[in-house]
Write a protein that binds this ligand. Structure first.
Ligand SMILES: Cc1ncc(COP(=O)(O)O)c(C=O)c1O
Length: 354
């Protein structure tokens, strides 16, 4: 086995021990004689996996009992549509726009339910004082970590309306007080498993208020009423997420993930800040992401050499998103401190030799 050190933004690395367990159990899961890939989603065995995943998530985030944990498909992009469809009866959506994903969510909400920008900033998060909610706002929406831009909220915006957050790229990476939110959601493919699964955590009493012509699959209540099994759920993705949830509990939960994220991100930001301008990060310091460290080289002619040199050391997927260019090191939960040290060392060596 010759595994590289991947800093991919998503899908991203999974813990090696989880991959090895999947490999070992794939042809015959738990003595059942069949693969998890072949198992009915309504079988007692799979229902056991599903219920354990929900219960582990409840434990990891201390999710209150009056919240549903739902498993949906369609990724973040379907949530951009489901949120306005499920919440527009409360009033228009107010959006904090500060990066690629909040912008996309806002555009979709304008199409589907009515939405207004409550703040619009770049390379940082808006402060509480800058948030201007409009009259009749039903909910306030923000993206807690802008994956492409490398910008992350380090406070929870206050609002009188329902608070909703896209936590796709910092899910399970730090403690979250779920009781402050009406709904949070996250695509699994960064911190929780493979692509194809989206986790939604929502306050029960807020659901079931869609207009009657909403397709059943776009109504959160459909999932709440059926243990997320109205249709065939992404069974394999849920199984892998179950293994990741066990791994997270064993490793010390979200507080420990937060501690590691601070260690890893500080290592990279220190390199950038102490490089005499060789590396640059455009994000305001108190809005920097602990998950996606975005940086430019002072001369973009060096980009290709930087990426190729990294590859020679087994460091891959550090190219920035095409919209912002430069580099991006995504250091999600499964990226080790050791791998991040190797990247930091490479950044030092590359700077010295160029
Ligand atoms: C924060 C955030 N929201 C939404 C999305 C879109 O997710 P998907 O591609 O699963 O629809 C992404 C994708 O990277 C993301 O990082």
């Amino acid at each position: 086995m010759n595994r590289v050190m991947s800093f991919a933004p998503g899908p991203s690395p999974l813990p090696l021990e989880v991959l090895l367990e999947i490999q070992r159990d794939l042809p015959d899961w738990n003595g059942t004689g069949i693969s998890i890939l072949e198992m009915s989603h309504r079988s007692p065995e799979f229902m056991g996996i599903y219920r354990e995943t929900v219960s582990n998530l409840r434990e990891l985030y201390t999710v209150p009992e009056d919240y549903e944990i739902l498993f949906v498909q369609g990724g973040g992009h379907m949530e951009f549509a489901m949120v306005p469809l499920n919440f527009k009866s409360y009033g228009i959506g107010n959006y904090l726009v500060n990066g690629v994903w909040s912008q996309k969510a806002f555009n979709e909400a304008v199409k589907l339910g009515g939405a207004a920008e409550a703040a619009h900033v770049a390379n940082r998060v808006p402060s509480q004082e800058e948030i201007k909610e409009s009259e009749g706002a039903g909910y306030l929406y923000y993206c807690s970590n802008e994956t492409v831009n490398g910008v992350q909220y380090h406070y929870v915006p206050k609002t009188e309306s329902i608070l909703i957050s896209d936590m796709s790229s910092d899910f399970l990476s730090r403690p979250v007080d779920i009781s402050k939110y009406g709904l949070i959601y996250a695509g699994a493919q960064k911190n929780f498993g493979p692509a194809g699964l989206t986790v939604v955590i929502a306050r029960k009493d807020l659901l079931g208020k869609c207009s009657p012509n909403t397709p059943s699959m776009l109504d959160y209540q459909t999932y709440a009423k059926s243990e997320s099994m109205y249709n065939t759920p992404p069974t394999f993705a849920i199984y892998v997420a179950c293994l990741v949830s066990r791994w997270l509990l064993k490793e010390g939960g979200v507080s420990e993930m937060n501690r590691r994220s601070i260690v890893k991100s500080s290592m990279l930001y220190d390199r950038i800040d102490n490089s005499d301008g060789f590396y640059r990060n455009r994000v305001e310091k108190n809005s920097r992401s602990l998950m996606n460290v975005v940086f430019d080289l002072h001369d973009e002619e060096l980009n290709e050499a930087f990426i190729n040199g990294a590859k020679e050391r087994g460091i891959v997927s550090i190219k920035g998103h095409r919209i912002v260019g430069g580099m991006r090191a995504s250091i999600y939960n499964s990226v080790t401190i050791e791998a991040t040290e190797k990247l930091a060392q490479y950044m030092d060596d590359f700077r010295k030799s160029h």
